[in-house]
Structure formats: structure tokens, C-alpha cells
Design a protein around this ligand. Structure first.
Ligand code: BG6
Ligand code: MG
Length: 217
């Protein structure tokens, strides 16, 4: 029986990918590193330090742990500065309606994000009240594709993993949800999210009764 829904944030609730891209691009330009849209796609759902490592590997650059932390903090400052322009209008289509339907029908809802800025983003969106719990990059050690943040979220809303449905836009997140033992709805393209139990283009397409039937049969 499904009792809870666990949502990724970036790319599922709002599209912050462009802000992450611009912040990494500035860091890359300042350091004369190559950084393309294609590489940026590989950073979807990946933690801040792991994202930096992907960019460094691509540029064949080796740095100390301290230097990596310093650069990741610089990127984060760029990113946080850009979040000031986010408003409730930046909720992705169908998000408010789907969350409202879930809560009206008695399902528990949680965020399970790799981001350490989840609270800030949700505050800007004025969307914190849509969730019973927020689990994020500050809640666990291991980031996606490790299942930890999903397990943390499920526990925080009083559900077992198999009673939860994950909503994800990133391959690393789909993998994490499956490892956690949850049903997974992919939001995006079937090419990237084929490992999910069902894939929709966006939350606006989801018919709750249809999905519950499909995921529990
Ligand atoms: C994920 C994003 O949700 O959070 C990644 O998809 C990002 O792009 C990661 O790197 C970590 O976010 P933050 O805000 O802690 O740097
Ligand atoms: Mg995401």
C-alpha cells in the first residue's frame, strides 16, 4: 500500500538547473576550465563536491581537498545570489495541484534532495507548507545514487520504503529510489529515466488514481 510521496527538488519542484549551470559556468570561466551544456547535464542530481569533481576530471585538473572545498563554496555563493530571483511563479506546472491532491487524500509528502539549499529554495517558492518533511544534503552523508536521503525522508514521514513513491528527474535519483526499495516516477525523457517504473513529461501529466493502480498491481 502506498502511503507517502517523496519528491526530488531541483528539476521536479522547480527548474534550478539553469542557475546551477550559470554558477558552475562562472567558476569554470574564472579558472579557464572547459564547461559545456553537455557536461552540465551530467551534474543533474549529483552533489556539489561530486559535480566539481566531474568538471575537474573533464579538464584533467587535480586539486587538494581544501582547494576543492574553497571552489565549491565559491560556486555556492554564485548560486545562492541567483536564488533571489525565484518566486512562487517558478513552481513547475502541476506541482501545486498534485501536492494539494495528495494531501487532501491523506498521503504524506516529503522532499528528498541532494541540495544543501533545499530550505532556501522552498522558502523562495513559498512551498514549504506543501511538505510534511524536508530531507536534503544536510540530512545524510552519502548522496544519490546512494539511497540514504530517500530512506531518511521515508522514516521522517513514518513510512516504510516500500510504501513510498519517489518523483525524480535525474538518472542518479531514479537509481537511488530503486535501491531504496521504492516505486519511482521519472519526470523527463524515457531515454534518461528508463529505469523508473513509469515516466511522465511533467507532474501536470500525472493521474493519481492511474499511477497508484499501475504501481501497486
Ligand atoms: C541537486 C542538483 O538537487 O543538488 C545538483 O540537481 C546539485 O545539480 C545538487 O549539484 C547539490 O546542490 P547544492 O545546492 O547543495 O549545491
Ligand atoms: Mg533533480
Amino acid at each position: 500500500m502506498i502511503k507517502g510521496f517523496v519528491f526530488d527538488l531541483d528539476g521536479v519542484i522547480t527548474d534550478t538547473a539553469e542557475y546551477h549551470y550559470l554558477a558552475w559556468k562562472k567558476l569554470a570561466d574564472d579558472n579557464n576550465w572547459k564547461f559545456t551544456r553537455e557536461i552540465n547535464e551530467k551534474l543533474r542530481g549529483v552533489s556539489r563536491l561530486d559535480s566539481l569533481q566531474i568538471i575537474l576530471d573533464y579538464n584533467e585538473v587535480e586539486l587538494s581537498f581544501e582547494e576543492k572545498n574553497r571552489l565549491a563554496n565559491l560556486k555556492n555563493t554564485n548560486y545562492i545570489n541567483s536564488l533571489g530571483s525565484i518566486t512562487p511563479k517558478d513552481l513547475l506546472p502541476g506541482v501545486k495541484e498534485f501536492l494539494t491532491e495528495l494531501r487532501d487524500k491523506g498521503y504524506k509528502t516529503s522532499i528528498a534532495s541532494a541540495s544543501k539549499n533545499a530550505n532556501l529554495v522552498l522558502t523562495r517558492l513559498e512551498a514549504k507548507d506543501l511538505f510534511d518533511n524536508i530531507s536534503d544534503g544536510n540530512s545524510v552523508e552519502n548522496s544519490k545514487p546512494a539511497p540514504d536521503v530517500f530512506i531518511h525522508a521515508a522514516g521522517s514521514i513514518g513510512c516504510r520504503a516500500k510504501e513510498c513513491v519517489v518523483l525524480e528527474d535525474a538518472a542518479a535519483g531514479v537509481e537511488a529510489g530503486k535501491i531504496a526499495g521504492m516505486k519511482v516516477i521519472g519526470l523527463g525523457s524515457i531515454e534518461t529515466l528508463g529505469a523508473a517504473d513509469v515516466v511522465f513529461k511533467g507532474m501536470y501529466e500525472i493521474d493519481l488514481d492511474f499511477v497508484i493502480k499501475k504501481l501497486t498491481k
